[in-house]
Design a protein around this ligand. Structure first.
Ligand SMILES: [Zn+2]
Length: 307
């Protein structure tokens, strides 16, 4: 049993205002919600979330109120990573996404790329395989870094993305895969990204879409409505956030992830007991391992650092 922390009102990341918002879903918190297990990657969705509100001015969806960010940082430092059988699908999905950065590099070299929230560093391995040099990871969890390959382990900085972490103007690309939703104050890490990028450098963010059909149909039964998500973005609010951070030529598009049939079963809103009975045999079966490309409500943004 973990003691429930005190909760604090949050600000809209785009407008900088507290309040000025309409409740979207009331909180479903339990004391167990504030445990390391909850803040670890890819746990079974349990429909535990903060109260979520929509900003009346800009439409950004945020959790309000939430625990303080020091306690949150502590949970992410101790969190564990278990990608399970999904690692090959994630490697292909995110490896191909690096191509979207390469398309926008212009004259910049494929040297200097950082993956923020890199987990065990599998995206860095993909970047190396695509011919990048000077690859870096940023990750708070020591467990995740401990599972990195020997090539990339020494290239992972155990930290949050903050100004000064990289030599200013030293990177051509930065990726944030399923990270933006988790950040309590996204403008600070985005300022750190701009500082680290060369003029013309490309940032790529890949995360959930609160306006996706699946999210709209399921409401707070959607696995994206989760205590780990301090914000949920739409194409419009994601663009506004990056423009506020000073990025230019912002492009946002819906994207398809590759998923195994067993992972899709893991996500659907059916009773947990049924899921726990269904998943082990499915994971062992050929059909459970079959891979599908589905538009499960993810967005991909790329934008340029004007320098
Ligand atoms: Zn707002």
């Amino acid at each position: 049993m973990t003691q429930a922390p005190e909760l604090h009102a949050t600000r809209c990341a785009i407008c900088g205002t507290t309040g000025n918002a309409t409740e979207r879903w009331p909180a479903t918190l339990t004391p167990e919600a504030f445990s390391v297990a909850t803040f670890s990657a890819r746990r079974l969705p349990d429909r535990v979330h903060y109260r979520m509100v929509t900003c009346d001015a800009c439409g950004l969806v945020r959790s309000d109120p939430v625990m303080d960010s020091e306690r949150l940082d502590g949970l992410y430092e101790q969190s564990t990573f278990d990608y399970g059988d999904e690692l090959p699908s994630l490697e292909r999905t995110y490896g191909e996404a690096i191509g979207l950065i390469e398309e926008r590099l212009g004259d910049l070299p494929k040297s200097g790329i950082a993956d923020v929230g890199c987990g065990n560093g599998f995206v860095l391995d993909q970047a190396l395989a695509r011919g990048w040099s000077e690859v870096w990871g940023v990750e708070p969890s020591s467990d995740a870094i401990g599972h990195a390959s020997p090539e990339v382990g020494p290239r992972i900085k155990q930290a949050m993305m903050t100004p000064g972490l990289f030599e200013p103007g030293s990177l051509s690309g930065i990726t944030l895969f399923q990270v933006l939703d988790h950040l309590p104050d996204p403008l600070e890490p985005l300022a750190a990204c701009r500082e680290a990028l060369r003029p013309g450098g490309v940032v790529l963010a890949w995360n959930h879409n609160v306006r996706a059909v699946s999210a709209r149909l399921l409401g707070d039964r959607s696995p994206i409505v989760d205590v780990e998500h301090t914000y949920l973005y739409s194409p419009d609010t994601m663009r506004k956030l990056f423009e506020k951070a000073g990025f230019v030529d912002v492009k946002v598009r819906p994207v398809r992830n590759r998923y195994s049939v067993s992972y899709l079963t893991h996500l659907v809103p059916i009773p947990r007991t049924a899921k726990e009975a269904l998943l082990p045999p499915l994971r062992r079966s050929r059909i459970g391992r079959r891979e599908l490309r589905v538009p499960l409500g993810n967005l991909c943004l790329t934008a340029i650092n004007p320098g």
